[in-house]
Design a protein around this ligand. Structure first.
Ligand code: FAD
Length: 318
């Protein structure tokens, strides 16, 4: 069976969920070979094997932490040469997309970014993308070289699929450009204890209808009852009620959770662009004519200050 390289996103050996989702998709098109780099790379092996990695190629060196993406591109290219895969899959984070683009240029291949699904086809993997503010779904395949595909979080379910996961050391020699851009400082954001917005399985968002920063704890309480991330419309962000890092939409983040709950959000096209591919959409809005109701699976016409606390209470009671 053809091998499929999967770039592993991990933090000190803890594999992030989008990588496990990539393994699910990789198994549809071949045999996953994972590439884990940096501090804790070898510690990823057990988790990756549980989710279908036939092999785990690892390499650790200070360059991965000290410099921006080029050392990782060098390593992924080394893995590509060692394996000659049928495809290379990378999580669609900002860093993942840069790594994938640089690799595609180096190996003279086509690239597809932000895939939301992947299937095997007669002439190679076929990727589904959501385009033009999610108004259309396209299917495409790379027609030149080895397909390099970045996949959005929540594109597939995480599945247990025990495999060998044999760990092999990857041989990497860094290019001249590897040490071109040094990281001078890292400032971790204060943790809210909630999942990362773009990776969360559930997102609860608040809009102008929330009425002020002082009311956002209502939205946060519902999110916490569900283990969800908190999002916000641009109107709420522009008003200074919630940080820009939480903005969902065309000029914010694009999310694709299993469940998206919009509270006090009208459903403007620019907001929809960032959440329309969510699997199930629920809206709570007091205006029955709000455009958001055109795309929901479940809609509640009501005052969010009554509905949201009741919903939170009910969920917490279960
Ligand atoms: P509104 O449109 O004002 O809607 C508020 C809703 O709350 C209404 O439907 C109202 O009925 C409801 N409501 C009020 N009170 C209650 C209550 N007590 N209970 C229940 N419901 C209530 N927007 C984004 O979100 N993300 C983006 O990334 C983004 N990018 C943009 C880029 C450009 C170039 C432009 C031009 C615009 C962009 N916008 C974006 C803005 C977008 O057009 C809308 O203005 C914005 O999404 C509106 O936010 P909202 O739905 O919170 O507010």
């Amino acid at each position: 069976m053809a091998e499929v390289l999967v770039y592993v996103d991990h933090v000190d050996g803890a594999v992030r969920k989008p990588t496990l989702e990539l393994l699910t998709l990789a198994r549809r098109i071949g045999e996953p070979v994972a590439v884990a780099l940096g501090n804790g790379a070898a510690d990823t092996a057990a988790t990756l094997a549980e989710h279908g990695a036939a092999k785990v190629l690892t390499h650790d060196a200070p360059e991965y932490a000290d410099y921006l993406v080029v050392p990782k591109v060098d390593a992924l290219q080394a893995a590509y040469k060692a394996v000659s895969p049928a495809a290379v899959l990378v999580p669609s984070s900002a860093e993942g997309k840069e790594i994938a683009a640089r690799l595609a240029v180096r190996i003279d291949s086509g690239i597809i970014t932000d895939a939301i699904d992947l299937e095997s086809g007669d002439e190679g993997p076929v990727a589904t993308q959501s385009v033009f503010a999610a108004a259309f779904t396209t299917k495409s395949r790379v027609s030149k070289g080895t397909p390099v595909i970045t996949v959005k979080p929540n594109a597939a379910a995480v599945e247990a699929a025990p495999a060998a996961g044999a760990v092999e050391a990857l041989e990497v020699s860094f290019s001249e450009q590897a040490t071109g851009t040094k990281v001078t400082a890292r400032t971790p954001r204060e943790s809210t204890g909630r999942p990362e917005l773009t990776e969360a399985a559930i997102v609860v968002s608040g809009g102008r209808g929330v009425g002020g920063a002082e009311n956002f704890p209502i939205v946060e309480a519902l999110a916490d009852s569900l283990g969800a991330a908190v999002g916000a419309s641009r109107a709420a962000v522009d008003a200074g009620w919630y940080p820009h890092t939480n903005q969902v939409g065309q000029t914010g983040k694009s999310v694709s959770p299993q469940l998206y709950i919009a509270t006090g959000i009208s459903g403007a096209i620019q907001h929809r662009a960032g959440m329309q591919t969510s699997k199930t959409i629920v809206a709570i809005n007091k205006d029955a004519e709000a455009p958001i109701f055109d795309l929901v699976d479940y809609g509640v016409v009501g005052d969010l200050f009554e509905v949201v606390p009741q919903l939170t209470e009910e969920i917490e009671a279960r």
